[in-house]
Design a binder for this molecule. Structure first.
Ligand SMILES: [Zn+2]
Length: 630
């Protein structure tokens, strides 16, 4: 067939000339050359306010120096009465939610869900999904795809490649787990609007390949208290104002260190949401150091993670640093903040589950005031901070909003342009977690059934189950090389998707004494923490033992044995925490405690055992005991 050459000589000549013209164009249009503008009007009043509230032009980028106009979808100021980042304005959760509900009502690109649990003070935690309208309409299909990639036991490589091609990367942002860090809930509203209405190629690319999930506020109780106190201080400048004692009802700053214990509703919500959506990335927004620290960490890194995860932290961080630095934004850096070792953080709902957990620290003023700030240590130039923050700066809430929003937009655009790569990595990490049993080992962990603290052992495996770890129960005695365990023992197999998290928490934590001091030193060897026996099993034969999967939480009940007409009852002291609960259940029963160990027949009872004499107790004491131990 006679075809014209793809590059005839004349057009080739033009191609050489063209880049120079393009270069001139880039210079002439300045910062706007980075992301192509939408053929769409901007909201001039809103955009003017953005410029007014930003203290220096280099604290905004072409991504956030304007707000696109929409005649259908309300921008935040239409609902709240003020522009995001207005000095002295912080938004309560009820108003954040009012805005998101208006957004979802008017845009098919926004959907709203409620997290499974309410907060300790009864507040709702929302989850917002933003994406292409066709993608949001098929959200269940995209959830199905990520869940299949998360468990390669049921997905072969050919199928996985098709799923990766069809799938979307889910990028999940979470705001203000730390209540004095006030900027992210404001920023996320504007981001959601921008993602829903802007028609620039940059934002369209995000909508095409990424579904953005937003948790507007993680610590909902603390957020509202923080806004209360901020407003009180503003209204009463001459009065002493209280400070926040805790952020939430029970916990202050360590609410982001609940990843191991899952004691807080916010952590359990995040874990449950992760297991429902399997987002490729969870990005938690914090505010402390100037101007934008993007997490990688100094190391030592957690040795149980797949090394790909560590690479992905660097990949995303350096993309943001390069792009923001190119735009002339000062003070964007990485490395020197935390280490990356301890798995206690909330964002281990991602890192511990084959996804990417990351965070920002941006510069916050602890409220919404514009103020002069002095930067000391972080103004130092270093290899990881060649373009350091300025030592003196006038800083505003809007600056903070601009930094966070520009950074996350760049990250989401990068993930959109590399969607298959991130989904592929997720699949590979999931596969390698299943291969752990036969690759690096161990083959399994066993929690033996013959141990004294059976309730605590059940509680421990239930915690693992809450983290998405599968737990089996031996239906027959397990006999492997040098080890025997009775039927009823719990088995945590290492050929499952979340083997790494389970192995990390059951193995002995390790810190090399030659490494610098860790950022957090958190005990995480669950067996030792709970005084529960655990056994590391390397013999792969354990995987062929007969066992059944727990489909509900493990539960231990007590029982009363011996003759009906008893002189008394003895409850052995086995150091279970539930002995205290039992005592309170039997508050009207007289109970003695043995001062020394003793034997009845062949049965040994420990010091501290409860002795309940029939004499001196209600006639129905046996019945009460039977009810209480159930
Ligand atoms: Zn924080």
């Amino acid at each position: 067939m006679n075809r014209e050459p793809l590059f005839p000589a004349s057009s080739y000549a033009r191609a050489i000339v063209f880049p120079c013209a393009l270069l001139l164009l880039l210079v002439a249009t300045g910062e706007h050359a980075f992301a192509q503008r939408a053929v769409q009007n901007s909201d001039n009043d809103y955009s003017k306010k953005i410029r007014e509230y930003t203290t220096e032009p280099y604290f905004r980028t072409e991504l956030v120096d304007h707000l696109p106009m929409s005649d259908k979808v309300p921008s935040p100021d239409k609902v709240l009465g003020y522009v995001v980042g207005t000095p002295n304005k912080l938004t309560y959760t009820k108003d954040l939610y009012r805005y998101y509900r208006e957004l979802a009502k008017n845009s098919p690109r926004v959907r709203i869900f409620s997290a499974p649990e309410r907060s300790e003070e009864g507040r709702e935690q929302l989850l917002i999904a933003v994406g292409d309208e066709a993608a949001l309409a098929k959200l269940d299909r995209y959830k199905e795809i990520t869940s299949k990639l998360a468990d390669p036991r049921h997905t072969n490589d050919d199928e996985a490649q098709k799923l990766i091609g069809e799938g979307k990367a889910l990028y999940w942002l979470s705001g203000s787990i730390h209540s004095p860090e006030t900027g992210s809930p404001e920023m996320l509203m504007e981001l959601a609007y921008r993602l829903a209405v802007e028609e620039s190629p940059f934002i369209q690319a995000i909508r095409k390949n990424v579904i953005v999930l937003i948790t507007p506020v993680l610590e909902v109780d603390g957020r509202d208290r923080m806004v209360d106190i901020y407003n009180y201080r503003k209204a009463n400048p001459n009065k002493n104002a209280p400070s926040l004692i805790y952020w939430g009802k029970y916990v202050a700053h360590d609410n982001n260190r609940d990843g191991l214990g899952m004691a807080l509703a916010l952590t359990r919500n995040m874990m449950a949401t992760f297991l429902e959506y399997h987002p490729a990335i969870l990005h938690d927004l914090h505010e402390s150091v100037p101007f934008l620290y993007t997490s990688t960490g100094t190391g030592p890194y957690n040795a149980w993670l797949d090394p790909i995860t560590i690479d992905e932290w660097q990949l995303l961080a350096y993309h943001e640093i390069e792009e923001l630095t190119k735009r002339g934004v000062p003070g964007v850096w990485t490395h020197g903040f935390y280490d990356g070792w301890a798995p206690n953080y909330m964002f281990y709902v991602a890192n511990g589950h084959n996804s990417i957990g990351r965070f920002y620290e941006t510069f916050g003023n602890g409220g919404a005031d514009t103020m002069d700030r002095t930067v000391t240590q972080q103004a130092q130039r270093d290899w990881f901070r060649p373009n350091p923050p300025h030592s003196r700066v006038k800083w505003s809430l809007r600056n903070n909003v601009n930094m966070q929003q520009s950074g996350v937009l760049l990250a989401m655009n990068f993930v959109a342009n590399n969607k298959d790569r991130f989904l592929q990595n997720f699949y590979i990490k999931s596969k390698r977690s299943i291969a752990k049993a036969t690759n690096e080992g161990p083959a399994a962990w066993v929690v033996p059934g013959d141990q004294s603290r059976l309730v605590e052992a059940a509680d421990m495996v239930n915690l693992l189950r809450q983290m998405g770890v599968e737990v089996h129960k031996a239906t027959k005695e397990i006999s492997v090389k040098d080890q025997k365990f009775p039927a009823g023992s719990y088995v945590i197999r290492m050929d499952q998707p979340y083997s790494r998290m389970a192995d990390m928490l059951l193995d002995t934590q390790y810190y090399n004494v030659n490494d610098p001091r860790p950022y957090d030193d958190t005990g995480w060897t669950l067996g030792a923490l709970r005084n529960v026996k655990t056994a590391r099993v390397t013999d792969k034969a354990v995987l062929n033992s007969s066992m059944s999967l727990l489909t509900a939480d493990a539960r231990v009940t007590g029982k009363l044995t011996g003759p009906t007409a008893a002189a008394g009852y003895v409850i052995n002291h086995n150091a279970e925490n539930t002995l205290a609960t039992l005592r309170y259940r039997l508050k009207d029963v007289r109970i003695g405690a043995a001062e020394e160990a003793f034997k009845i027949g062949e049965t040994q009872f420990n010091a501290g055992s409860f002795v309940i004499k029939a004499d001196g107790n209600p006639a129905d004491v046996r019945q009460r005991l039977e009810t209480a131990v159930r």
